[in-house]
Design a protein around this ligand. Structure first.
Ligand code: LAC
Length: 227
């Protein structure tokens, strides 16, 4: 591939969305969460995404923080966790999610090889700013693009078009990287070259477009996309 622009999804791809529940569960006094945190993390993420898709279909947009709060409220109630302090702690941790360990080195390798890099995410710019700062990867990104500038969530084509507008390029000059199979499929349908980071070894989503490449983590990405 001869590609000069590499775009990353944020949550689940660069930032570990399970880290908030995992970290809170390890804190003193979190015995109730410790017993169920993987289920809470899974339900929180699933509901957050479902609410984003449903709101896009319903034409009732809100920012990603709202669906993040709504998803957590559903997940906590489903696990019979009624604890306002725990809710506040989980939400606070979402602003400082850990990046996956290979991320800084992978981004540095892309930059060293002359690649333009950016995030394209459902997250609001404030949320993304918090995560980028806490991961210390701001200097390795040329830009951070949020769906908030178009007022609809992924996988709407208007979102992916933010990239071709910002970098003044054609879709096939961009590689788009996401661990979310549906996001990689949406991006492939838009015309990006796509890499699905299939960390969990899931089957491919049955959607109208298919990602061209699949990796198990981000460490092999520079060799895949820089010729
Ligand atoms: C994002 C969600 C899809 O960062 O993870 O856009």
């Amino acid at each position: 591939m001869t590609i000069r622009t590499c775009i990353f999804d944020a949550y689940g791809t660069l930032f570990d969305v399970a880290a908030a529940a995992r970290s809170a569960a390890a804190e003193p006094g979190s015995e109730a969460l410790a017993a169920v945190w993987p289920v809470v993390a899974e339900n929180w993420r699933r509901k957050q995404l479902e609410y984003s898709w449903l709101r896009a279909v319903m034409g009732v947009h809100c920012d990603f923080w709202q669906v993040t709060e709504d998803g957590l409220d559903w997940a906590m109630e489903a696990s019979h966790l009624a604890d306002p302090d725990l809710r506040a702690r989980l939400l606070a941790l979402y602003w400082e999610l850990a990046a996956y360990p290979e991320v800084p080195q992978m981004l540095a390798a892309l930059k060293a090889r002359g690649m333009q890099t950016a995030i394209l995410s459902n997250g609001s710019l404030a949320m993304l700013d918090g995560a980028v700062r806490s991961a210390g990867i701001g200097a390795l990104l040329d830009d951070v693009l949020s769906v908030e500038s178009v007022g609809v969530f992924k996988p709407h084509a208007r979102v992916y078009a933010l990239v071709t507008e910002r970098f003044a390029c054609r879709p096939d000059e961009v590689v788009f990287v996401s661990s979310n199979g549906w996001d990689a499929a949406g991006a492939a349908g838009f015309g990006f070259r796509t890499v699905w980071v299939n960390r969990a070894g899931l089957p491919p989503d049955r959607l109208p477009a298919t990602p061209q490449h699949q990796l198990s983590n981000l460490s092999q990405l520079p060799d895949l996309i820089v010729s």
